[in-house]
Design a protein around this ligand. Structure first.
Ligand code: SF4
Length: 458
């Protein structure tokens, strides 16, 4: 409870909220505030707010606050709760947020039975963005994106999230309430309090759907909007749908490791200890290397980086390796970045590479202009040719594809490129070959050796 509760502060209690007159959000926040206050958990409550009309609500609640990305409040609340199990974590999500873009996260948080409270504010439209049709819009409801009214044949039926989540084993408490008449307001107040109390008692995942008026997008007066809530109740019947105890799930949940900086450092040290550092360094580093290996998926560019990284580790150096590839794998773009340094490294990101290994034309075209100056570029000259030749960049053509092909190992062009790259660094050939024998096949090692033996002329 360090980061979040240090940020605890009293709400500024503005006299006026940003909600439209007659909006249900204000009542919901008031019920949350009252429940949190009466349960005396303000100092350990973390409010996870959504994107939409319910966002930026931290000014109205005297609790800590995390603003999540659109649709992700259930996932963010999960993370916050697992890191801070003693916190009372309440996710607030609108219907566009939870039932549309964030439905996967919402369902999975419920299926896992996370010990969080989710308040689902259903006003049957995307309120903040102009009232477009939401998954919960009623049949026949006119919105800017359903000007003729929601049609079952065209748009499907409204999503009933309570009933949907009730098919899962995970949730402990599921209820639907409404911001309508006085009786409904009382029920809403009680349900919200119970959903928060459940979490304090470790009873498990609690979900409260609140049917909430949106006079602005329903194009009616606040009074008429409250009356319209009764129409919503016909599609979304109110009441308690489930109330069971899932404390066994909460109790048996694995304790999450405390990812403090010390433990992370311990994990790194453990990895470092598991690597056998060679008697002599494979790579003698004179200045930090920030290398980019790039090509198509399937060419083994990520492996070049992994093997280079391995050589750095066995040389007793610090290094990071991070891959990056497109949504498609084989045939799509793929690249990785390796940083090697005698000093500790703070980030694996390489924005201006000192070294580039380009296995195809698009990679060469893409990364050559981003090079550090001076820099070193190796490219497979069987498939790529630089369009420009910057003066302070040493460009090495490497016939990697043809060397691999002629050696009967066409899939090992990446090994040839690794060998050639090592030639541009200060490396010990024998130590390199010895260190690679534990991670590469005999044929791959042979092709790295072929790369090491290539004449290199910029
Ligand atoms: S647009 Fe609707 S949901 Fe948003 S603040 Fe106004 S009334 Fe409330």
């Amino acid at each position: 409870m360090t980061i979040f509760l240090n940020a605890y502060r009293k709400a500024q209690s503005p006299e006026q909220t940003h909600f439209c007159p007659g909006c249900g959000h204000g009542s919901i926040l008031k019920f949350v505030d009252e429940a949190v206050s009466s349960l005396s958990c303000e100092d350990r409550t973390i409010w996870v707010s959504p994107v939409g009309c319910g966002g930026l609500t931290d000014a109205y609640l005297s609790v800590s606050h995390v603003l999540s990305a659109h649709g992700r409040a259930s996932a963010v609340a999960t993370a916050v709760k697992r890191i801070h199990p003693e916190a009372v974590v309440i996710a607030s999500q609108g219907d566009g947020d939870l039932a549309s873009i964030g439905i996967a996260e919402a369902i999975h948080a419920a299926a896992r039975g996370e010990n969080i409270t989710v308040i689902f504010i259903n006003n049957a439209n995307f309120g903040m963005t102009g009232g477009q049709m939401a998954p919960t819009s009623l049949e026949g409801q006119h919105t800017p994106t359903s000007p003729e009214g929601r049609m079952l044949s065209e748009h499907g039926a409204p999503l009933k999230m309570c009933e949907l989540l009730n098919t899962l084993d995970g949730p402990a408490y599921i209820a639907r309430v409404a911001i309508g008449d006085i009786r409904q307001l009382n029920e809403a107040h009680k349900a919200i309090r119970k959903a928060i109390e459940n979490q304090i008692q470790d009873r498990g995942y609690s979900f409260v759907e609140v049917l909430s008026p949106c006079p602005s997008n329903w194009h009616c007066s606040p009074q008429a909007a409250r009356e319209q809530i009764q129409t919503m109740c016909k599609t979304f019947p109110t009441g308690t749908i489930r109330d069971i105890d899932r404390s066994a799930w909460v109790k048996n949940r694995h304790k999450v490791r405390d990812y403090t900086a010390e433990l992370t450092q311990d994990a790194f040290n453990e990895i470092a200890r598991s690597v056998e550092v060679c008697d002599k360094p494979a790579i003698r580093l004179h200045q930090p290397v920030n290398c980019c290996c790039a090509g198509f998926g399937g060419q083994g560019v990520l492996s070049i980086g992994r093997w280079l990284s391995h050589l750095a580790l066995v040389s007793g150096l610090n290094d990071t390796w991070i891959p990056s590839y497109g949504p498609e794998m084989r045939g799509g773009v793929a690249n990785c970045f390796v940083r090697i340094s005698k000093e500790s490294l703070d980030s694996p990101v390489v924005s201006t590479p000192s070294h580039l290994v380009a296995m195809n034309q698009p990679s060469l075209d893409s990364f050559l202009p981003r090079m550090q100056h001076p820099g070193v570029v190796l490219y497979d000259c069987d498939v790529a040719e630089p369009g420009e030749r910057p003066e302070d960049i040493r460009l090495y053509p490497v016939a990697a594809s043809s060397v691999a092909q002629q050696s009967g190992a066409p899939r090992c062009a990446n090994c040839v490129m690794l060998g050639a790259l090592l030639r541009t660094l200060d490396c010990d050939r024998d130590v390199v070959i010895g260190a690679l024998r534990s991670v590469l096949t005999a044929q791959q090692v042979q092709m790295v050796a072929a790369g090491l033996d290539l004449p290199m002329h910029p």
